[in-house]
Each structure stands twice: as C-alpha cells, then as structure tokens.
Design a protein around this ligand. Structure first.
Ligand SMILES: [Zn+2]
Length: 464
C-alpha cells in the first residue's frame, strides 16, 4: 500500500505512534501489508495505519527494522498449570495418565495460587506478543475460594485483555470420570456459579478487557446433562462455549464406550455444534467430521506443542480451515506445553502442517492469520481483535528482525519472523498501553511475583 490510510485526528495528538517499521502486517484484506508503515492509537483504539510522516503523538515507540503485527490471541490455556511445569511424575505419560498424576497436586490450588500463576503466565504470553488470552479454569476444589476472581485480578493488574472461562468438572472417578471426588461439583452449583461469573465479570462493550465463556472441562469429566445445560445457558446469556474435544485416541475410545458415538456426534446431540463454540485440540476428526464442524462454524484452538508432548497426534488444520472452521492457536496449559510462547506455537503449527500435508500446504502468513484473525473469530470478536484497522482495539506486537538469526532473511518479513528466531516481542501494546518495552515487562512487580510463584509451586508439588 502506498497511500496513507489515516485517522481524522490530525488536529490533536494521538496517544501513541509506533513508527519506522520495516512492515506493518495489518491482516486487513482490504489494506494488506504497509511497508515502512506506522500505527497510531488513541483512546485505547487503533485510529490509523499509514506511510510517510506519522501524526503527532504523546508517545512514540521505535519499530526500526521491525515487523508490526496485531497482538496475538491465545485461544487455549490452563494458567494454573505453570505451578507444575516439567514435573517429573507426569513427564512420561499420555493424556489420561498425565491428568491422573497431576489432579492430586492441583487440588491444593487456592486464590494466591490462581492469582500468581495467572499473573506470571500472562506476563510470559505478553513477552511472546500475545495481547489477548483465554484461560480454561476448570479446577474449583471445594473451599478453594474465588479462583476466577483471583485470575481476573491478575490480568487487570498486568493490563492484558482476558477471556477466562468458568470451567467445571462434575464426573469423578466413582461415576466413571477421571478426576478425584473432591475437585468436582454438582451440576446445579456449577450452573449457578457460571451465571454469577457472567453477571460479575462479562463486559459486552466493544474493546472489553474481560469477557467470560462457559467451559465444561471435557466429555470425560462432566455429565451429559451438564454439557446440554451449559449450551442452553450460554445461549440464554449470549456468551461463548469452550471445551476439550477429540484430543487423542483415548478420548475417541472413551466417547464410543461411554456415549456410544464419536466425539463429533456427542457434540451434536448435546447442542454444541454451533458458531458459539470453540474447541481445544480437535486432533482426530475424520474427513466427514471436518466438514460437519466447518458447516457449523465452530472454532478450534490448535495447540501443537501440547499435541506433540502428549503424543496425541497432528490436528488437520489445513483441512479444517478449508472447511470453514475458525482455527486459532493455543499454548495449552504449562504442564503439557510447557512453554507459554504463542510465537513458538505459531512456528510449531507451521512445521506440523508442512509435515502432515506437504511443504506447500501452509505459509508463515497463514499461521499469522491463525494467531490473529483466527483467534479473534474463536472468541467472537472478528474486526475488533487480531487486525490493525481503524476502530479495532489498540493491541499491537512489534518484532525485531535483526541480529544473526535474521541475517539473509531480507525478502519476506513474515516468513523471516516465523522461520528464523526464536523470537520474543520487542514491544507489546494492549489497549494503547505498553506492557512490554524493548523485551522487558514494564510492570515493576515481576521479580516479586516470580518469588511468590516459586513458593507456591513448592507447596503444590509437595502434595500427593
Ligand atoms: Zn487444555
């Protein structure tokens, strides 16, 4: 693009300009990439992208030799799991054994643990260019306190955009589920807690910093009735729905044995085949199921590192996208990924798709679409998040493309961004606020929070 597409605010300075870039990848199909572009933010929103002289601004961020993208959107996480990262009892197990080795530790979570794990996990994500994250908080042990409120407080303190889900488990070992009895609740209590969470925290405004979705943990941890009633409640409250889906062969086998059908049929019969739903993993749909998911307009949170480390399989993301599924990226919980870098997930997604479907099946740009436009669609916020267009939120990631790792990568900044590296964000901006500056978190409490996190991790890991 050569023309300047700007703001009508030439008379008054904007709040922030990000200037001098090598390229602004707007992800807006009508605008495309803006070589040498700048981005302007005012009143927490993006107000212009252009070339030439940027508008006057109260503050300027230097983006020399950088790729500028929309802030990345993380569509699946369990932030509390960074308390049991790289924990030896679980490192050699596939999904079900992995879960059962960790439940006894996780049930010791409390408000302090929820707060500090969310704070540190969201800080880690911001340093990888992520400006919006969801969290699937399905663990609510009896007497643990207000864990959802604690993690929202952490996100607010840090200044990142947050989409936590009110997760749930209602099927314990004695009823044929996977979790122990003291971390599950009954369906009535769960549904009441879901409604209260939406009442208290869900902001429906454009540019909202906090939204809530409903998220039964998985078909093997909740009753069928809770799946049905959660979908009905989400419809009534007009919020989104999330769960784990078709993650590995054990998941398929459980569905056939317990429900007498494959996971996609189970979704259908519980009222979840709707564009209100986004699903974590979706590793194992067959061709016919891929088509059904696309027709329903569901979203999928693709979590490649987790799928690799738990040996779950390779999700068919190229086919899912072709079928019309909104595919976003997720880091998944930090006891299975165990890294919380969304850039790393983007690179893994590109590598795995090439391995599965051929070298020409996907490009770095396609994966950037997944990390931005796809994630926004999963959260029901297309044109608001994941795109640099006037009126969208002021969420931006700035990536340096210099140094030995990028020498020679001069022809295509987006391919350079994902094929070279590893890369962290040089700057991360959320709603016009600088959260990461020159690779460092701007919040002063990082060291203090890390010390608390270490103490809490020691406590949780000593449980059994
Ligand atoms: Zn998960």
């Amino acid at each position: 693009m050569s023309a300047t597409a700007v703001t009508d605010r030439h008379d008054t300075p904007v709040d922030l300009v990000i200037a001098g870039s090598r390229c602004v990848a707007t992800m807006d199909a009508d605008v495309g990439d803006v070589d040498g572009g700048w981005v302007a933010i005012a009143d927490r929103r993006l107000v212009g992208v252009g070339t030439g002289s940027p508008p006057p601004a109260a503050a300027t961020l230097d983006a020399t030799d950088c790729l500028v993208t929309p802030g990345l959107v993380n569509t699946h996480h369990h932030l509390f799991q960074n308390l049991t990262r790289a924990f030896p009892p679980m490192t050699d197990k596939p999904l079900f054994g992995w879960l059962q080795s960790l439940y006894p530790r996780w049930r010791a979570i409390d408000e302090e643990a929820a707060y500090v794990s969310a704070w540190v996990g969201l800080a880690e994500l911001a340093m990888s260019g992520c400006t919006t994250s969801t969290d699937h908080l399905y663990l609510h042990p009896r007497g643990a306190g207000d864990l959802l409120g604690a993690e929202i407080a952490a996100a607010v303190d840090l200044g990142v955009r947050f989409h936590p889900t009110r997760g749930s488990m209602s099927l314990s070992e004695k009823d044929g589920g996977l979790p122990p009895d003291d971390v599950v609740a009954d369906d009535e209590d769960i549904l009441a807690a879901c409604e209260e969470a939406v009442d208290r925290h869900h902001d429906r405004a454009h540019g909202a910093m906090v939204r809530i979705a409903l998220a039964p943990c998985s078909p093997f941890t909740v009753t069928e009735e809770l799946m049905v009633r959660s979908a009905e409640l989400a419809e009534r409250l007009d919020v989104r729905l999330h769960t784990h889906f078709a993650e590995n062969a054990e998941d398929d086998d459980y569905s056939i044995e317990r429900f007498g059908c494959r996971p996609t049929d189970y979704l259908d019969r519980t009222g979840w085949m709707t564009d209100r739903t986004w699903l974590a993993h979706c590793v194992r749909p067959d061709d016919r199921e891929v088509g059904r998911l696309g027709t329903a307009g569901v979203g999928v949170a693709h979590c490649p590192s987790s799928n690799l480390i738990l040996s779950s399989g390779i999700a068919p993301v190229v086919a899912l996208r072709r079928a019309g599924v909104h595919v976003g990226l997720g880091v998944d919980g930090s006891s299975s990924a165990d890294s919380g870098s969304l850039w790393l997930e983007a690179r893994q997604a590109m590598l795995l798709a090439k391995l599965r479907d051929g070298a020409g099946s996907i490009t770095a740009r396609t994966v950037l679409e997944m990390a931005t436009l796809g994630g926004a669609a999963c959260l029901g916020r297309s044109r608001e998040l994941g795109v640099l267009t006037p009126g969208a939120v002021g969420d931006v990631a700035v990536w340096s493309l210099t140094g030995p790792a990028f020498a020679g990568a001069i022809a295509d900044p987006i391919e350079a961004w994902l094929r070279c590296g590893p890369v962290s964000a040089r700057h991360t901006v959320v709603a016009g606020q600088i959260i990461v500056h020159n690779g460092r978190l701007t919040h002063p409490a990082l060291d203090e929070r890390l010390a608390t996190h270490r103490r809490v991790s020691q406590r949780i890991q000593s449980e059994d």
